[in-house]
Write a protein that binds this ligand. Structure first.
Ligand SMILES: Cc1ncc(COP(=O)(O)O)c(C=O)c1O
Length: 464
C-alpha cells in the first residue's frame, strides 16, 4: 500500500544543510575524518551560568507545564534584552517564547499569512524562509541581490517587488548565508518603504550579536513601524544554545495572542528547563557573547584570508554572522567525478585522506538556476583550524595515497559547453613542476573542486 501524504508537503524540501551535516556525521561514524563546514552551529559549550540556571530549575522542580508562551521570568529577560541591546521598550503581552527561532518564524507566518499573500524575500536567503512561507500558503517574492550591492536589497528594488498582494518583507541582518548587514541609512530607507506601503516587517535578528560592530535595529530607526514590526530572535547562536530550542517573538499583542493560540495546539510551552537557561542567558552577564563573537570574527577573517590565496575563488568579506560565501563559478567546467562541474552544488569538496567536507551549498527554492556560491560556516573550531593548517603547517597534511593521485598527476583538460577549459587536475600537474608554495594551494583547491576519485564525493546532499 502506498501511504498517501498531505499535499502541502509536496512543495516542501528537507533542510539541505541538515542533510549535509547528517552525511558528515555518517562518514565520521565510518571512521572517516570529515571536515564539516555545513551547519551554522557554534562549537563553544553553553556558558556555565546558563547551565547552572537550568540545573537549578531542575532542582527546584520546575519540570511542569509553563504558560504556553513562556514563563514571566523568560519574558522579563527578553524585555531586558530588547532594551539593553536594541533600545526597544516592550512588555510581557508583546512577547512569547517558542521552540527555537525557527518555530517562532513558523508560528508568525502561520498566524499572519493567507494563501496568496506575497512576502518580499531578498536572495540569497536562508532556505527555511521559503519553505515555511510556502507551508503558510504565502508566495515568496524573491528579490535578487548581488556581490556588487554587498548582497543587500536597495529601496528601489524593494519598491519594485511590491505588488497589490504583497503584505510583508523579511529582513535578516546580518544574513544567513551571506553575512551581509545593512547599515543604519540602508535599513532606515527600507523601513520607510515598508511604512509607506503598509507592509509588515519580519526582522530576524538571530545573528545581531555576531558582528564586529553593533548593528542598528529597524525598531529604533523607524519607530512608526512598531505596529507592523515582528521581531524574531533566539538564544541558539549568540549563547551557543542550539540544542536548547528557545526562540522568541516580540510584536503587536494581537499577533502574540494569535501565535500563542497556535502554539497551544501544537507544542504547548517550550521546555521549562530550557526556558530557565534562556532567561539566565538573556539577563545575565554578556561577556561570553562578546568573547564568542570575537572568536568567530577571527575565524571568519582567517577563512576569508585563506580563500583569498586560492586562485579563482572570489570571496567578499562578510560583516557578520559566521558564514563565508565564496563564488566558486570559476571552477565550473573542471572535471568532477560525474563529468564537468556545472553548479556550486556539484562542487563537492572532499579530500579522501583527511575527508574534508567543506561545503554548504545554497539551495535556491524559487526555481532560479543561478548557483555559483557555496556557504561555508567556520563556526566550528576544529574545521577552521584544519583549513588554516593547509597553508600554515605543510607537514600537517599527510601525503595523499598515491593511488588517488597518480591518475591525476598529469594535466587534464575537460570539455564543457563553453569549450575546453583547464580543470582542477591541471593544477596538480603544475604543482608537480612548481612544487613549494603551490602545493598547499593546490591541496586547498582540490578540496574545493573535488577532483578526487569518485568515492570521495558525497552523493545526494539534497541540494541538486
Ligand atoms: C537566519 C536564521 N534564522 C533563524 C534560524 C533558527 O535558529 P534556531 O531555530 O536554532 O533558533 C536560523 C538557523 O540557522 C537562521 O540561520
Amino acid at each position: 500500500m502506498t501511504l498517501k501524504l498531505a499535499a502541502r508537503l509536496g512543495a516542501v524540501k528537507p533542510s539541505a544543510v541538515f542533510a549535509m551535516a547528517a552525511e558528515a556525521a555518517a562518514l565520521r561514524a565510518q571512521g572517516r575524518d570529515v571536515i564539516d563546514l555545513s551547519a551554522g552551529e557554534p562549537d563553544f559549550d553553553t556558558p556555565e551560568h546558563v547551565k547552572a540556571a537550568a540545573r537549578e530549575a531542575l532542582a527546584r522542580g520546575l519540570t511542569k507545564y509553563t504558560p504556553i508562551g513562556g514563563t514571566d521570568v523568560l519574558k522579563d529577560a527578553v524585555v531586558v534584552k530588547l532594551q539593553r541591546d536594541n533600545g526597544l521598550a516592550y512588555g510581557r503581552t508583546e512577547i512569547m517564547a517558542s521552540c527555537g527561532g525557527k518555530h517562532s518564524l513558523f508560528n508568525a507566518f502561520q498566524a499572519l499569512f493567507d494563501p496568496g499573500d506575497e512576502v518580499v524575500l531578498p536572495a540569497p536567503y536562508w532556505v527555511s524562509y521559503f519553505d515555511m512561507l510556502v507551508l503558510a500558503g504565502a508566495v515568496p517574492r524573491v528579490v535578487e541581490t548581488s556581490v556588487a550591492s554587498g548582497f543587500k536589497m536597495s529601496p528601489a528594488q524593494f519598491e519594485a517587488a511590491i505588488g497589490p498582494r504583497t503584505v510583508a518583507v523579511i529582513v535578516n541582518s546580518p544574513s544567513n548565508p551571506t553575512g551581509a548587514a545593512y547599515d543604519a541609512e540602508e535599513l532606515r530607507a527600507l523601513g520607510r518603504v515598508a511604512l509607506q506601503r503598509r507592509l509588515l516587517v519580519i526582522s530576524d535578528d538571530i545573528y545581531e550579536r555576531l558582528t564586529a560592530r553593533p548593528v542598528p535595529h529597524l525598531g529604533t530607526l523607524v519607530p512608526e513601524l512598531r505596529p507592523r514590526l515582528v521581531i524574531v530572535n533566539s538564544v541558539s547562536k549568540s549563547y551557543a544554545m542550539t540544542g536548547w530550542r528557545i526562540g522568541y517573538t516580540a510584536g503587536p499583542p494581537e499577533l502574540i495572542r494569535a501565535m500563542t493560540t497556535l502554539q497551544s495546539q501544537s507544542t504547548s510551552n517550550p521546555s521549562s528547563i530550557a526556558q530557565a537557561g534562556a532567561a539566565a542567558a538573556l539577563s545575565g552577564p554578556q561577556d561570553c557573547v562578546v568573547a564568542m563573537a570575537e572568536e568567530f570574527e577571527r575565524r571568519r577573517r582567517l577563512v576569508v584570508e585563506r580563500f583569498g590565496a586560492i586562485a579563482d575563488l572570489r570571496t567578499a568579506t562578510p560583516t557578520g554572522a559566521f558564514y563565508v560565501f565564496p563564488d566558486v563559478s570559476a571552477f565550473f567546467g573542471r572535471r568532477g567525478p560525474d563529468g564537468p562541474v556545472r553548479t556550486a552544488s556539484e562542487v563537492r569538496p572532499v579530500e579522501l585522506r583527511r575527508g574534508g567536507l567543506l561545503q554548504g551549498a545554497i539551495d535556491r527554492r524559487d526555481g532560479e538556476s543561478e548557483d555559483d556560491r557555496v556557504r561555508v560556516a567556520p563556526s566550528l573550531r576544529g574545521e577552521a583550524c584544519l583549513l588554516a593548517q593547509c597553508r600554515e603547517q605543510r607537514r600537517a597534511i599527510p601525503p595523499l595515497a598515491s593511488g588517488h593521485l597518480r591518475e591525476q598527476d598529469a594535466p587534464v583538460r575537460a570539455e564543457t559547453d563553453g569549450g575546453t577549459v583547464a580543470n582542477g587536475l591541471e593544477l596538480v600537474g603544475r604543482d608537480g613542476q612548481g612544487g613549494g608554495e603551490n602545493r598547499d594551494l593546490d591541496l586547498e583547491l582540490r578540496k574545493l573542486v573535488g577532483v578526487y576519485r569518485k568515492e570521495a564525493w558525497i552523493p545526494g546532499c539534497g541540494c541538486r
